[in-house]
Design a protein around this ligand. Structure first.
Ligand code: NAD
Length: 263
């Protein structure tokens, strides 16, 4: 637990499912004010349950619908946060999508959709949070949800890999630019995590086995293991950490093909 997170206000985008949801519930356990951004009408019920759970843990929460690709929705997300909780301390740009297509068949529409959600959406979240922090002299923290695919090339997912590679240098550039203001900007790079984004893949035993072979620690990560890194990065325990990509991947980026003396 990180006592300094108590009473802090955190926005998490794409927080009705998966990693974002786990982060929201964990910040609730830390007794923070949690703003759950969600995208689809179908997620309303889920966010209502989450609000109850967060309040039961001693935190506070609201849900705000919005599309991270829309500048006006991100601005409104920040405005609603301030009107409800009076401030913003932590921004977690988590919303993301992917789809598998061989690169020579990838439509411009699909390319733009992934880039605008995963990269432009995170940029808008960073920009609006930084602008608020500067205006109110807040030494805030921003966490961008990247992926091991900011490092590992991923055929059939060129748009996704390009978006995550972009997040790496966006995070580092912003971290450098705003370090003098003590605004800390970091990323988390999860490996393979048990969330809806992977549900179809992991429901096929053959595909799941293929993924497990890429993970030296031998298991698919749980969203709570990513949330645990997010609360640390957001807390004062990480007060001197900025521009970092914190990799949480069970060793996926350690060249598993070289295990047991191979290579
Ligand atoms: P997920 O599909 O459960 O979560 C993604 C969320 O983003 C969903 O709730 C979805 O509704 C929301 N979203 C999509 N488009 C949106 C938009 N335009 N505006 C607002 N919200 C939108 O999957 P997840 O695994 O929890 O993914 C969360 C993040 O973690 C993503 O950025 C993903 O790339 C990253 N990630 C996941 C894994 C993994 O293995 N699960 C690995 C590396 C990185």
């Amino acid at each position: 637990m990180y006592p300094d997170l108590k009473g802090k206000t955190v926005i998490i985008t794409g927080a009705a499912t998966g990693i974002g949801k786990a982060c929201a519930l964990r910040f609730g356990q830390e007794q923070a004010n949690v703003v759950i951004n969600f995208h689809s009408d179908k997620q309303v019920k889920e966010t209502e349950e989450m609000i109850k759970e967060i309040k039961n843990s001693g935190g506070n929460a609201i849900a705000v619908q919005g599309d991270v690709t829309k500048e006006s929705d991100i601005k409104q997300l920040i405005e609603k946060t301030i009107s409800e909780f009076g401030s913003l301390d932590i921004m977690i740009n988590n919303a993301g999508i992917e789809n598998e297509v061989p690169s020579h068949e990838l439509t411009l529409e699909d390319w733009n959709k992934v880039i605008s959600t995963n990269l432009t959406g995170q940029f808008l979240g960073c920009r609006e949070a930084i602008d608020y922090f500067l205006e109110h002299d807040i030494q805030g923290a921003i966490i961008n949800m990247s992926s091991v695919h900011e490092i590992i090339p991923w055929p059939h997912f060129v748009h996704y890999a390009a978006s995550k590679g972009g997040i790496k240098l966006m995070t580092q550039t912003l971290a450098l630019e705003y370090a003098p203001k003590r605004i800390r900007i970091n990323s988390i790079a999860p490996g393979a995590i048990n969330t809806p984004i992977n549900a179809e893949k992991f429901s096929d035993p053959k595909q799941k086995e293929g993924v497990l072979k890429l993970i030296p620690m031998g298991y698919i990560g749980e969203p709570e293991e990513i949330a645990a890194t997010a609360v640390w990065l957001a807390s004062n325990q990480a007060s001197y950490v900025t521009g970092l990509t914190l990799i949480a991947d069970g060793g996926m980026t350690l060249y598993p093909g070289f295990q047991a003396g191979k290579g």
